[in-house]
Design a protein around this ligand. Structure first.
Ligand code: NAP
Length: 258
């Protein structure tokens, strides 16, 4: 299927690994030029080189997207942007009483205020040109909150509220914003969660992964290719009537289909 976005330019934040990388790969496959961001230069350059080897145009910008300087660096390198994929690392788990004001500010900065700042930076140009797509990578925890992820639940639902209003204010100008909500996916983050579960229960990482996969109706973790393909579709010419949605990619884990 031709997504009709060849020649567009995308910023993919936090895209050297995992879900962000999946989005960059599938957008590149659709002919989109990629401005690829992450903090660690080595993994970033390696991913950029692999994607470029498929014939895509890729520029790697090493920067912490949760800082004003990092965002400035990425935006300056990108210039005119048609597509924005917002992503960053998730906040740590814990108990409701663990977190200080500083912990909340950090989570809000990373997973709410950063994507909002990126949208505020690129949407005016998209409106001017009458076309734009934004996908925010949030979490299945937005619709099915996870008890120990209080910081994430708090920041990501805040972002979701902003998108609910903003997406409807800009849809008539050709700018389409949606959120993708990952459940368990086979990324580095999943491996570290499996490792923690294995240590806590005195079992192997494979056993812990199998236990967690068994809680998913699909019987497995999602892949970055599946996630990236959903992202690329939401960035396509065909997604113009999908506005402000929160789309679960969780293998059916959360029983909230209705
Ligand atoms: P991952 O495999 O650990 O990859 C994270 C990527 O983000 C890496 O490329 C990392 O590179 C980059 N990154 C992290 N912090 C950054 C920052 N401040 N600035 C720029 N780049 C940054 O993680 P993932 O599994 O793809 O998860 C992506 C997001 O989805 C996270 O917010 C996670 O909480 C959420 N999520 C994931 C799952 C899942 O099952 N995988 C489920 C629900 C929600 P550097 O470290 O080099 O910067």
């Amino acid at each position: 299927m031709d997504l009709g976005i060849a020649g567009k330019r995308a910023i993919v934040c936090a895209g050297s690994k995992g879900l962000g990388r999946g989005c960059a790969e599938k957008l590149a496959e659709a002919g989109v030029e990629i401005i690829l961001n992450a903090r660690g230069a080595e993994a970033l350059e390696a991913t950029a080189t692999e994607i470029a080897a498929t014939g895509a145009r890729v520029t790697a910008i090493a920067a912490d997207i949760t800082t004003p300087e990092g965002r400035e660096k990425v935006l300056a390198a990108a210039g005119q942007v048609d597509i924005l994929v917002n992503n960053a690392g998730g906040p740590p788990p814990g108990l409701w009483s663990d977190w200080s004001r500083e912990d909340f500010i950090k989570a809000l900065d990373g997973n709410m205020l950063t994507p909002i700042a990126m949208m505020q930076a690129v949407i005016p140009g998209m409106i001017e040109r009458g076309w734009g797509r934004v996908v925010n990578i949030t979490s299945a925890a937005v619709r099915a909150p996870i008890a120990q992820l209080g910081l994430s639940n708090t920041a990501r639902t805040g972002l979701t509220g902003f998108v609910a209003g903003t997406s409807r204010q800009v849809a008539g100008k050709g700018v389409i914003i949606n959120n993708l909500l990952p459940g368990l996916h086979a990324t580095d983050r999943a491996v570290s969660l499996d490792t923690a579960a294995a240590q806590a229960q005195g079992i192997t990482i494979e056993e812990a992964a199998a236990q967690r996969a068994a809680t998913i109706p699909a019987g497995r973790y999602g892949t970055r290719a599946e996630f990236g393909a959903a992202c690329a579709f939401l960035c396509s010419q065909y997604a113009g009537f999908i506005v402000g949605q929160n789309i679960m990619l969780d293998g059916g884990a959360a029983n909230i289909s209705i």
